[in-house]
Design a protein around this ligand. Sequence first.
Ligand SMILES: [Zn+2]
Length: 431
Amino acid sequence: MKFLYSDTQDYVDPSYDFINDRTGPDREKYWTDAYAHELMNPAPYDGLLLSMSAIRQAQGVATSKVRYSTKEEQRLLRYGARRFLRFGGPQHKDLMLMGDCGAFAYATNPTPAYSPMEVLEFYCDAEFTHGVSPDHIVFDCDLDNPPQSSVSKEIRDRFDITLSNAEEFLRLSASEDARFTPLGAVQGWSPASMGNAAHALESMGYEYLAVGGLVPLRVEAIKKVLVAIRERINPTTRLHLLGFAKAEKIQEFTAFGVASFDSTSPLIRAFKDQKANYYLESPRGGLDYYTAIRIPQAIENTRLVRGIKRGILSAEDLRRHETTALSTLRAYDLGQASASDALDAITDYHVLLVRASDQSIAQQERAVSSMRESVRRTIEDMPWKQCQCDICKAVGVEVIIFRSSNRNKRRGFHNLGVYHRHVKKTLENAL
Ligand SMILES: [Zn+2]
């Protein structure tokens, strides 16, 4: 089972100065930055997924969904995604590069944003190894399997468009001699309709199917969908799960013949999750999670700056506590301060941080003590010292500090590496 990371242009500055919180003197965005696979050996994933809607602006695609500038799009298509992503070294040459349309970005359009021919040309120019047929999202998966006659015309249209696009896409990719492996996109309004779609795609000639629409579904619902699909297709037909947000439950999916899936969640959780920010392999098997230590930059935090203006906080006090929190944590890492010194210094800074909020005194106290409890375990266990990945070896304690994207993304890269090993082990155990 291959784990693909869906590219969201995540790179960090290798020359970042953690002590002064400054980018390197010659830093140039993208050009001198490094992707996770450039910093880590082996790469922390089996491949990358790129969505066309994140790269190319089209009618109905929200500007906020397009991550690439026009120049970047042109460069990617001129040189191919492997060269653009610097994913072409000998150690990467066999790793997958999958393209899909990123249908969520144009979900409100009556029809998909790109034609099958446009998608085919895009995949060929980007030199992807795998390409998903242009689909249209069918909302609301009803697990009770309502028949086709009882669903709205709009849903039936989206279902039909996805299948007719897949048919044309497969025909074009054969006639144009495309060098990538085509995947047929499965969409539906229920497990049974997705089983029907999978069967139809297989009859067209697809040997690899990409199951969409899973993002909002719970684990049990996804399993129902996969059972319904597997019942209608050959055991040799491979499945890819698009946007698999339940990544930490992957061990429950080994029985469904899933060849690959893509997810961003290990990276995103490094800075979006309330508590589970840093992954570690548990000695009991599975994954263990730690809370990152929040020491935000006072001068860059609008709430704090407002607090200073309102006279609730003193800029000098903030800076002093921020510096002490950082230096005590670093001293603790070197064995020159105790765990309780580090915990106290961080708590003192947090007392100031919550003072700028609109919470009552009681709420502020609760917020500080809950932070203290979740961070205590992180400090005492020092998980960053247990990890041997290239990120943790290079930056040590900085990886656990929740502060600036250069630390937060590195923690995300580390999570991808831990998660990638976890998937491999899960698979070995299943076999
Ligand atoms: Zn690590």
